[in-house]
Design a protein around this ligand. Structure first.
Ligand code: AHG
Ligand code: MN
Ligand code: MN
Length: 279
């Protein structure tokens, strides 16, 4: 597992340099979800592949930017599901973006996830590793230095409601309105990595990306985005559900499948369960 973390660190430093120096324009391609790929999405994917290709403990790579999983070493133990550059359309406006990694064994189900890592490229570069607990590292003088263990409070103050409001189901809109009425503040950048990172570091809150009439299964992808963050939130003493069920009990039929998702501290997730009960 350590070799995997080291490969992620090397990738993160190269992706940070690419974000700073390379062209932020679109390529001529779309990915499996139908998103237009930026040149930086493709380059970040290539960097990660290069850093992982010689790791014999890695059997397979599944990327948000590739249609199919790529076999590396038939006898490898781990499968890596990753989003090389999450929130990449925010780069041209110079907002924070991230990379997300899920380290799986056997298959890409929530139960098979053994560890999760994400990187935040913001004013500073930070890396978070969730194993038994959730550790924050910061890139200082070319090295990732350990900063602290992150843990959510029982209840927070931030609300990050995703998806187009016009398409929210009525029970979801009512819940979000009530959360704001009870004093929560809006924190939503459009990048799930910095948005979820902020909630973790400020002690708690709710991030949601519900099922909507335009995207009935939500927008966020289980293998590359949702499971890794569900793992992080659970290890940080929070919870992650699809409205009713625990996200890490789900199994995608296809690596690019999406799901509605809610990540938060215990009190906020309790509220989601109450409001989604019977819906
Ligand atoms: P990606 O850039 O990898 O396609 O993912 C962007 C995701 C996620 O980071 C964010 O939370 C969500 O899209 C924002 O979607 P909306 O603009 O629909 O709220
Ligand atoms: Mn993404
Ligand atoms: Mn992406």
């Amino acid at each position: 597992m350590n070799e995997i973390y080291e490969a992620i660190k090397r990738s993160a430093i190269r992706i940070k340099d690419a974000i700073i120096n390379e062209d932020t324009g679109y390529s001529d391609n779309t990915n499996s979800t139908g998103d237009n790929q930026l040149k930086l999405d493709i380059l970040s994917d290539k960097i990660i592949e290069e850093e992982f290709v010689h790791l014999t403990e890695v059997k397979e790579l599944a990327s948000e930017e590739k249609e199919d999983a790529l076999t590396l070493h038939q006898n490898g133990k781990y499968l890596i599901g990753y989003d090389p550059l999450d929130g990449s359309s925010l780069i041209d406006v110079n907002l924070s973006v991230g990379s997300i990694f899920g380290i799986y064994e056997n298959d890409y189900s929530g139960k098979s996830l053994k560890s999760a890592v994400y990187v935040v490229y913001g004013p500073r570069v930070e890396l978070v590793i969730a194993g038994d607990d959730v550790k924050l590292y910061r890139l200082i003088d070319g090295e990732f230095k350990f900063i602290k263990v992150m843990r959510l409070n029982q209840e927070g103050k931030l609300n990050a409601p995703g998806g187009t409001q016009q398409h929210w189901p009525p029970h979801h809109k009512e819940m979000i309105d009530d959360i704001f009425k009870s004093g929560y503040r809006l924190r939503y950048s459009g990048g799930m990595v910095p948005d979820l990172h902020q909630i973790l570091l400020k002690g708690g809150g709710l991030f949601s990306y519900p099922a909507t009439t335009d995207v009935p299964n939500g927008k966020l992808r289980m293998t590359f985005e949702v499971f890794p963050f569900a793992f992080v939130y659970e290890k940080a003493a929070g919870e992650a559900i699809d409205g009713k069920k625990r996200l890490l009990d789900l199994t995608p039929k296809h690596i690019h499948d999406t799901t509605p998702c809610f990540f938060g501290s215990l009190e906020e997730i309790k509220l989601v369960k109450e409001r989604y009960n019977g819906k």
